[in-house]
Design a protein around this ligand. Structure first.
Ligand code: GDP
Ligand code: MG
Length: 381
């Protein structure tokens, strides 16, 4: 568990024509051969992800893609997959050269999606110099430093400045975390939202105090001043709210994650639309992972049961998982997305954009449950 989670890494997508040197560029950045280089067009089929540490950038994912001019039988499907990968991209490296028309199409796509990009002219050892942001010779690994500098300049400020706690805390705050370590908790370690929150609190110069729910009263009695904020697992929200002194701000890990990985105001506004549903409403439940028993339980069982209890069995509830996300969102009355621990913020935000375009409310598991349990008005976010 020494690795930075995938969803926290800078996601860099490499785009370019077949044989333009995308895989070579990745090997140059990784400073080792991680990607297959070949003269044959179409060597890279599906987008391939390489987790590496980039000097002065840190934990990154380099996404190698099929050439955008792939004309093989499967070419179109491959190029579509590249398009899908754009949804997770924080930044793009675009290898430019002889395919001006296709290149400008991709530039428009990137601009539309608000993805910053660096134009890279590769093979500068043999080609005339194209106009580009950086010139490299990936084969002989020349130009690595200037490429990394260009990447650093292009990193969106949103990526570096965001953390889980947003404006909720300031330096020196005392924050009490209520973390049940029940049977579902993995043996010998903390789950990701808990460890990420503790890390973020330490980075922000806060004091993090942790307690299980049954030890909460005892922990509070040992304090000489009230905590500035309490963050609890949402499962025990109600009892925690009863125990902590009035006036102490309270939030939950899932609300923090929702704010970090999405648009919390939109999620809250959308969750309130649950009240306007009826027995014929059509709901889309979207999960990021296909094999997570715990979240499956929430998305596949818990939330549908809570909704049907209110509005009857006539509701249409559809569940999609992984990267599948319907094109036509307009048919749904509400979208409820999982907490997205496997997705990066970029991916969630691009789904939110699609929901907004289709004029459909979209919330997430944590916020929806908070609303269904009547606690949404009591949380700080
Ligand atoms: N001369 C020269 N050849 C390169 C350079 N970068 C890549 N190549 C060669 O171009 C071919 C295609 O490279 P590759 O990285 O597989 O391209 P991809 O299809 O875009 O992934 C290989 O034969 C590489 O050795 C470069 O900067 N200079
Ligand atoms: Mg390749």
């Amino acid at each position: 568990m020494n690795k930075t989670p995938q969803s926290e890494r800078l996601n860099i997508i490499i785009l370019g024509a077949c044989n333009s040197g995308k895989s070579s560029l990745i090997n140059m950045l990784a400073d080792q051969s991680v990607s297959l280089v070949s003269d044959l067009a179409g060597t890279t089929t599906d987008p391939v992800r390489h987790a590496i540490e980039l000097p002065h950038v840190g934990a990154s994912i380099l996404v190698d893609t099929a050439g955008f001019d792939d004309t093989s039988l499967l070419g179109k499907d491959r190029v579509d997959l590249t398009g899908k990968s754009l949804e997770q991209a924080d930044l793009a490296l675009l290898l430019i050269g002889e395919h001006e028309e296709t290149e400008s199409e991709w530039i428009s796509k990137l601009k539309n999606k608000g993805i910053p990009f660096v134009k890279v002219a590769n093979k500068c050892d043999i080609h005339r110099s194209y106009s580009a942001d950086v010139h490299v010779d990936a084969l002989h690994r020349k130009g690595r430093d200037s490429l990394i500098e260009a990447i650093i300049r292009a990193i969106p400020s949103d990526f570096t400045s965001r953390d889980l706690l947003g404006a909720l805390v300031k330096k020196g705050d005392l924050v009490l975390l209520v973390m049940p370590q029940d049977k579902q908790a993995p043996k010998g370690r903390l789950i990701l939202p808990q460890s990420q929150t503790i890390r973020a609190l330490l980075d922000r110069g806060c004091t993090a105090l942790t307690a299980t729910p049954d030890n909460l009263e005892n922990a509070l009695s040992q304090l000489t001043s009230l905590p500035d904020l309490v963050i609890t697992d949402s499962q025990v929200f109600d009892s925690v709210e009863q125990i902590i002194p009035k006036g102490v701000r309270l939030t939950s890990f899932s609300i923090l994650m929702a704010a970090y990985k999405g648009d919390i105001d939109f999620f809250v506004k959308s969750a309130k639309k649950i009240t306007e549903l009826n027995g014929k409403s059509r709901i889309l439940i979207a999960e990021a992972c296909s094999h997570a028993p715990a979240s499956e339980d929430i998305g596949r069982v818990k939330i549908p049961a809570m909704l049907k209890k209110r509005y009857g069995d006539g509701m249409k509830i559809e569940i999609v998982s992984g990267k599948d996300f319907p094109e036509n969102l307009g048919v749904y009355d509400l979208i409820i997305h999982c907490g997205s621990c496997m997705f990066n913020r970029k991916m969630v935000m691009s789904r939110i954009e699609k929901a907004k375009e289709a004029n459909v409310p979209m919330t997430n598991y944590g916020v929806a449950i908070a609303h269904l349990k009547g606690i949404l008005d009591k949380v700080t976010y």
